[in-house]
Design a binder for this molecule. Structure first.
Ligand code: GLY
Length: 571
């Protein structure tokens, strides 16, 4: 089978077998990729094609997700990874659902004030360098998903990623520019060896079309393929990682790695109008915030207002600022603090929170109860969605946190380190580099998982799959997912239309509406007239999603056009 997958995966220009066997791949060049048997949407076309080929060769959605997850670690290095963590929400062929938490954990030597200087102020060490890295969960998480729900042999699913790392792949313009920016940052931080990992042997930056080979990563992936996910957590590879980390001032130990376990959690599931929503529970705030946004939208009958109207945008923003206060104050790792989930998910509770909304004026966030801060996040993460012929669906969001994580590559391994420790609260009440402030429940403790916004989400209707949704974007993840979902349910839009629509975001603090530059000027003016401060910015999020056409059952995979190079594939 490895040979079969390797043969099917013959690079970007490969043509797809057509005469016999499964139908050809649709790559959706200028629209969604469509098919009735399987679909994948991810941040990078080669990874999506690998996932679709796994489905075509008889693998299920989890097999394909594993293959995509490893492939992105090669082809999408800013966020695809084996040195980070994430969340997977699944719908199984029998209609049941599951949520797998493979978020990073704080090392045992971590402590509450580890990112404060002598004056008690936050330092940059939570974002750059070895201290910033939590104990990675990705390899264990993908391994756990495969052991529970996969059907093809593990090694075969990693084979295409190994081939890409060993033999190289042609870099597109987006990734060439992304890597050049990251290496400049690494040089500034004094991480020349890490920068060299992303540069040509002569020290020059890769240009679009250059072939990038990653022999260290190929060897690491070969080990993981041959010996299983456990090899990442004990034995020579783990020892090498711990040595590499400690050599850079890190605090990981072999015991930290050996103790890492993914956790199967109960998804956050609820009805939105005539649909069922399945999303991620804490330690991600994604499902909770999504629930609160949608309960608020139902309460205020947002569906009855035109999508592109200032009236709707105003009410939506007012819901967001209230939902995000709760996120900041209440949600954290449920294994460490009590999260009052029942109450937070109760529509009656949400309705009470909305009673002070003025339909004509923005409520200043400073007047909104709770006044607790938001965890600091940057906006690099990546989401992919997979559906197979049986209707098994995987919504997977995983991350290094910032682009290229801690900006460190563990020598000799090709493993790019996450900087997920910055998702913890370094100091209660202090704004971070994004102007966000942080809450008490999310302070650092050994073994604790940091709060997240990742919102891998599955939408069903009458027991049938309707869509698989998710996005990167730090705190904007949940609002991106909410806006796509509401357009599907409330406004009968296609997934392509919903993904392409300009987005709006508000997160309580800072008290600013983030709006995409493409948003209608009339909506922006209407928000400002109601007292909102609006900050325009380029596209945010990168929603790689799949929908099932409710009429025909056809799958449509949509890769967000926010960045060049998104990939959709279906057959
Ligand atoms: N690191 C981004 C998040 O977990 O939300």
């Amino acid at each position: 089978m490895l040979l079969l997958l390797a043969a099917l995966w013959a690079g970007p220009g490969a043509s797809c077998p057509q005469a016999t066997g499964p139908p050809p791949l649709d790559l959706g060049t200028d629209g969604p990729a469509s098919g009735r048997s399987g679909a994948v949407a991810s941040a990078e076309p080669q990874a999506s094609r690998i996932g679709a080929e796994v489905l075509r060769s008889g693998g299920n959605a989890v097999d394909a997700a594993v293959a995509v997850g490893f492939a992105l670690s090669v082809t999408h290095p800013s966020a695809g990874n084996i040195g980070g963590g994430g969340f997977m929400v699944l719908r199984l062929p029998d209609g049941s659902s599951a949520a797998l938490d493979y978020r990073e954990r704080a090392p045992a030597a971590a402590h509450r004030d580890m990112f404060l200087d002598a004056a008690g102020e936050p330092t940059r060490a939570s974002r750059v360098g070895a201290l910033a890295a939590g104990i990675p969960g990705n390899v264990a998480g993908l391994g756990e998903a495969h052991a529970r729900w996969g059907s093809l042999p593990w090694a075969e699913l990693i084979g295409p990623a190994i081939a890409l790392a060993r033999d190289g792949h042609a870099i597109d313009a987006f990734h060439a520019a992304d890597m050049e920016r990251a290496t400049a940052y690494m040089d500034q931080a004094g991480f020349g060896d890490s920068a060299a990992h992303f540069r040509r042997a002569d020290g020059a930056a890769y240009a679009a079309g250059d072939v990038w080979r990653q022999p260290d990563l190929a060897r690491t992936l070969e080990r993981i393929a041959r010996d299983g996910p456990g090899v990442f957590y004990s034995g020579p590879l783990a020892e090498r990682m711990v040595r590499g980390m400690r050599g850079q001032g890190g605090i990981w130990t072999l015991e930290d790695l050996a103790a890492y376990r993914p956790v199967l959690r109960t998804p956050v599931s609820f009805r939105y109008r005539d649909h069922e929503v399945i999303s991620m529970p804490p330690p991600s705030a994604g499902g909770v915030v999504l629930r609160q946004i949608l309960a608020g939208a139902e309460q205020l009958r947002l569906d009855a207002l035109p999508w592109r109207s200032a009236e709707r945008a105003h009410l939506y923003v007012e819901i967001l600022r209230r939902a995000y206060v709760d996120r900041n104050f209440w949600v954290a790792d449920p294994d460490f603090v009590r999260v009052p989930l029942r109450r937070l998910l109760d529509p009656a509770y949400v309705a009470r929170r909305l009673t002070d909304i003025d339909p004509l004026r923005a409520t200043p966030s400073s007047r909104i109860e709770a006044g607790r801060p938001l965890a600091g996040e940057s906006e690099e993460t990546t989401h992919f969605s997979v559906v197979d012929a049986s209707g098994m669906a995987v919504a997977n969001t995983y991350t290094l946190n910032g682009g290229f994580g801690a900006k460190l590559v563990i020598p000799g391994t090709g493993v790019i380190l996450n900087n997920e420790m910055d998702d913890f609260t370094s100091k209660v009440g202090a704004p971070n580099m994004f102007g966000l402030v942080q809450g008490e429940r999310n302070t650092i403790a050994p073994g604790k998982r940091m709060l997240s916004s990742m919102t891998p989400t599955i939408l069903t209707r009458d027991g049938r799959l309707r869509a698989v949704l998710g996005s990167p974007g730090g705190p904007t993840i949940t609002t991106t997912v909410a806006q796509i979902l509401m357009q599907l349910v409330d406004h009968d839009r296609t997934l392509l239309e919903a993904v392409r629509e300009p987005r709006i975001h508000h997160q309580w603090m800072p008290d600013v509406v983030l709006a995409e530059e493409a948003l209608d000027a009339g909506v922006v003016a209407g928000l400002e007239a109601r007292g909102h401060s609006v900050r325009l910015r380029p596209r945010f999020g990168h929603a790689n999603c799949v929908e099932v056409d409710p009429g025909t059952g056809t799958y449509r995979a949509v890769a967000d056009h926010a960045r060049d190079g998104g990939g959709a594939a279906a057959f």
